[in-house]
Design a protein around this ligand. Sequence first.
Ligand code: COA
Length: 438
Amino acid sequence: MTEERRSDLSGFYKKSVEERRAVAVDWAGLSEAEARAFDFPPGVDRATLERMIENVIGVFPLPLGVATHFRIDGRDRLVPMAIEEPSVVAAASNSAKVARAGGGFFTQTTPPIMIGQVQLTHVADPAAARLRILEAREALLAQANAKDPVLVRFGGGARELDVRIVPSERGTMLVVHLLVDARDAGGMNAVNTMCEALAPELGRLARGRPVLRIISNLAVHRLARARAVFPRELLRTPEADGAQVVEAILDAYAFAAADPFRCATHNKGIMNGVSAVVIATGNDFRAIESGAHSYAAWTARGTGTVLRPLTTYEKDADGNLVGSIELPTAVGLIGGATAVHPTAKAAVKLLGVTSAAELAGVLAAVGLAQNFGALRALATEGIQRGHMELHARNLAVSAGARPDEVDRVVARLVAEHAVRFDRAKAIIDELRGAPAPT
Ligand code: COA
């Protein structure tokens, strides 16, 4: 009978990385070679990574690609993207090349205002309590700002109060929104600290009980926008002229705007690009994903659908396709992993952004590029050709194809519409068994 393996490894966190690794390797019966996949690569600041999270046993490397052809607000940029999915970096580059011919991407951002929430329950007179809190606005903002003099010195800080009356299954709640200008930070620490500091006074003013005090990822005030022209003539395919492709893309867009099942995937495709840059620059990709998808729902209020595409497509007066995007972008360059993670620091330098707003503009441009790339492929040849060709390359290599065999294996997999590991292996065997061409 095999001994039961137990996960209650109390004190695991007190061990060294090596000791923890040994426990995990033994626990799972990993071979030496398998365990080496957790190794810290040379050149990476191990001491920093070891301390970023708990119970570290190694690293998880993701490929870091660079998207080319991007011209954003008149400036050329190479865009670092960390992602596991093939064809994303190629599609972003391809779209940026088309947009470049139309002048590139033009971006803008709103001030970096984040929302902190303080929940107050058991308030007897919510309407009056709301006003009592608003009457104390000046003092409350001053009290919040006293918590972060550094942010204030850099021109940020608590700016405004909003008080909402929110009915719930546990009775009516008062929800105070503290609007904080986070400048070049993501803002989480500043906002949470301020909310925790204000909560007792808010409780007194409302004569209620403060419960949660936490940032909202639905950062409706901290938006980035981008627009680009995709010249009609560049959209031509062997089967369709540019004008027809424009119409097909507009149909694809209308589908997303009308149908939440399509819209979920439409917006996911945008985040393929956005999240890859967010990860590469060491920002909190869950916060950005949550913000984007909840913004898509927020903007759908009252429209008869439950999700809106984060992008918009139109045809300009010359018949070119014009795309635009608007999404929340709570990213920072200071205060988070961006400032300490060695790879993120290098990626930020490669991208050449010096403010959170600049990074936010890049994210919007990449999101639009990614979405255009996917829509264009979907509305013409279908996603599988471009995507599968690149996926087939991965498969061919992992099935053991030598560099001189890869192209032939990929061509066969794609032609057979059978981009599968077993088929790749069979084709390699066939190629090797076949007599040499004369
Ligand atoms: N690697 C990196 N970039 C690539 C690439 C590759 N394998 N293939 C194409 N590109 C980019 C390059 O920027 C290239 O311009 P350049 O040669 O001046 O550098 C540009 O695309 C155009 O190249 P082209 O060979 O004409 O591309 P294509 O028309 O065959 O398009 C895809 C190939 C993959 C880019 C395209 O099919 C696509 O965008 N598909 C959508 C994929 C997608 O949306 N995936 C998301 C997940 S499903």
